[in-house]
Design a protein around this ligand. Structure first.
Ligand code: DX5
Ligand code: ZN
Length: 215
């Protein structure tokens, strides 16, 4: 059964407590928290205060995805407000090894994110240090985009690297996940699926999450 992480980017921001409780009551595993700064990605989402508001009501781990430049400046603050996993983009970190260490020192699990155009091979020297690798299956910045199909082959490549290096890193996929793409991803070796619009735009989000869990 895959880990399911609904993205709060697709929740109703005017009713964030209600949507947080909906996820508490669902069979989802994590809250996926998308932080966008309008610089690393061409969109602004929300930051620390909104994440804290979600955290106050959340009864499941927060999986924080930092789509920001200089993420090292914010890791300690996200750790302090209760992030369990913090993922940083490889493309935003000139000193990725140091940044992974900083996330762990802050008491969190460390994830590294790759954009669709970044090859898995950049992880060779750090894969045993990663608790998670998050592969973007859309270009980051917006919910509701079309799934990039070459991600399936990329998951297989990543799985090979993880097995060969005896890493315990989980594979998480983010963008355009639905039942069809989710099934192909799980079959290819994905451990965790992020789903935003597919969950929150559905008339029955609870059943949608169950359907994703059963992939
Ligand atoms: C995209 C974000 C995703 C997004 C996924 O930049 O990182 O987490 O919310 O949204 P869907 O599932 O709608 O593609
Ligand atoms: Zn995300």
């Amino acid at each position: 059964m895959p880990i399911i992480a609904p993205s709060m980017l697709a929740s109703d921001f005017a009713n964030i407590q209600k949507d947080t409780e909906l996820i508490n009551d669902s069979s989802a595993d994590w809250f996926h928290i998308d932080i966008m700064d309008g610089v690393f990605v061409p969109n602004i989402s929300f930051g620390l205060p909104v994440t804290e508001a979600i955290q106050k009501h959340a009864k499941k781990p927060l999986d924080v995805h930092l789509m920001i430049v200089k993420p090292e400046n914010y890791i300690d603050q996200f750790a302090k407000i209760g992030a369990e996993i913090i993922s940083v983009h490889w493309e935003a970190c000139p000193h990725i090894h140091r940044t992974i260490g900083q996330i762990k020192e802050a008491g969190c699990k460390a994830g590294v994110v790759l954009n669709p155009g970044t090859p898995v091979s950049v992880l060779e020297e750090i894969i045993t240090d990663c608790d998670m690798v998050l592969l973007m299956s859309v270009n980051p910045g917006f919910g509701g985009q079309k799934f990039i199909h070459s991600t399936i082959e990329k998951v297989k490549k990543l799985k090979k690297l993880i097995v060969a290096s005896k890493s315990s890193a989980l594979i998480e996929i983010d963008g355009g996940v639905n039942l069809e793409t989710g099934k192909a991803l799980v079959d290819a070796g994905a451990d965790a699926l992020v789903a935003g619009s597919f969950v929150f735009s559905n008339a029955d989000p609870l059943q949608t999450i169950i359907n994703l869990k059963n992939l």
